[in-house]
Ligand binder design. Structure first.
Ligand code: TRP
Length: 359
């Protein structure tokens, strides 16, 4: 059996960084891979670990993220969408996993380390237990659904490593019930960390440097016009720098040869365009317009699907509700196996009394 599982925290609209970092890969998997189950989870419980004081934000973004999923082409006929907090078995499995992980191990997780810094959790103030526990909860998401494949952004690799350790530890301590999960990350390094439009290292909602999947044409145009290029490339005739030039980094990620034929037939490929820019004589506006055409071609079908689902938001709600029911049914046998493996399945075990009498 092949199960695929992934998810996102519902803390905001998804952006192009999410798209190239993971969503695109999910759509590819959905279309090109044979699988038995493909789960996409809205990780609201995990989102609460650092938004517990602002649950409204999580609540508001459930359908927002669903619209993003559906608009990029995740097909509800093939994918089961569900909400994490509605699957009580996950919490239960998390509790048993908590015994298998030490605090120092959690603190060694590089993603956790940088999040501690980012959030300014200090020694004296201490770490909320829910926060430091979330890698264990994430392992429960992955193993609870017996996921073999987990398509994620590169920042999630330490979480996958933790899940793999828990898998090994549970299987050897109790009983071999969990398959070893494998992460799937984009092979293109640039996709793993799409920079923001301001040239900052990463596209991120909090840095306000995103192009959202749901942005309209006018907004995309404005954002591309603001994009960081080469500050010394002032006149068209000036030689320009490619390194650190966000427009070219985006072209590296989004541009394919077919786009030249369609939108910029004077050039054969990206190398030619880059050479001209470096030499001088090629203006930013022309390159930006090219990128705009490419992004519009990508985003237009997303917008059409989004419009349909926005007009049928009740349907989106039903897709999520029914997916959540299906996920809850799916996980029950796994929870039973977990309890059986540990030996705490007292009321399901016909031999429970016999074992007591023979002990
Ligand atoms: N940590 C992921 C994020 O920050 C969300 C997530 C929760 C997840 N559980 C998961 C991803 C299980 C993949 C598998 O977006």
């Amino acid at each position: 059996m092949i199960n695929i599982l992934t998810g996102d925290r519902p803390t905001g609209k998804l952006h192009l960084g999410h798209f190239v970092g993971s969503l695109k890969e999910r759509v590819n998997l959905m279309n090109n891979k044979t699988f038995d189950n493909f789960f996409v989870m809205i990780a609201d419980t995990q989102a609460l670990t650092d938004n517990f004081g602002n649950p409204q934000k999580v609540r508001e973004n459930i359908l927002e993220v669903m619209l993003d999923y559906l608009s990029v082409g995740l097909d509800p006929q093939k994918v089961t969408f569900f909400v994490q907090s509605y699957i009580p078995a996950l919490t239960e499995i998390t509790t048993y996993f908590m015994n298998l992980v030490t605090l120092p191990r959690l603190l060694r997780n590089p993603t956790i380390k940088s999040e501690i810094k980012l959030r300014g959790y200090s020694e004296s103030q201490g770490l909320p237990v829910g926060f430091i526990n979330y890698p264990i909860s994430q392992a429960s998401d992955i193993l609870g659904f017996k996921a073999n494949l987990v398509p994620v952004g590169e920042d999630q690799l330490p979480m996958l490593e933790q899940a793999r350790e828990i898998c090994r530890s549970f299987n050897s301590t109790y009983k071999e019930i969990f398959p070893m999960p494998e992460p799937i990350v984009p092979s293109n390094k640039l996709c793993a960390r799409l920079p923001g439009i301001d040239g900052d290292a990463k596209m991120s909602k909090s840095l306000n440097n995103c192009i959202y999947i749901s942005d309209d044409s006018k907004t995309v145009k404005e954002k591309i016009n603001k994009m960081y290029t080469d500050p010394n490339h002032i006149k068209v005739s000036d030689p320009g720098r490619i390194e650190g030039n966000i427009v070219f980094i985006y072209l590296d990620v989004f541009c394919e040869e077919k786009h030249f034929e369609k939108f910029l037939p004077e050039y054969k490929n990206l190398d030619e365009l880059k050479q001209h820019y470096t030499r001088g004589g090629l203006g930013d506006v022309k390159v930006k317009n090219f990128l705009y055409s490419i992004l519009e071609e990508l985003l237009n079908p997303f917008r059409e699907r989004r419009k349909y689902y926005e007009e049928n938001i009740e349907k989106v709600f039903e897709i999520l509700k029914q997916g959540t029911e299906k996920a809850n049914k799916f996980i029950v046998p796994t929870l039973n196996e977990v309890k059986n493996a540990i030996g705490i399945d007292y009321f399901q075990d016909k031999n429970f009394i016999r074992d007591f009498l023979n002990k």
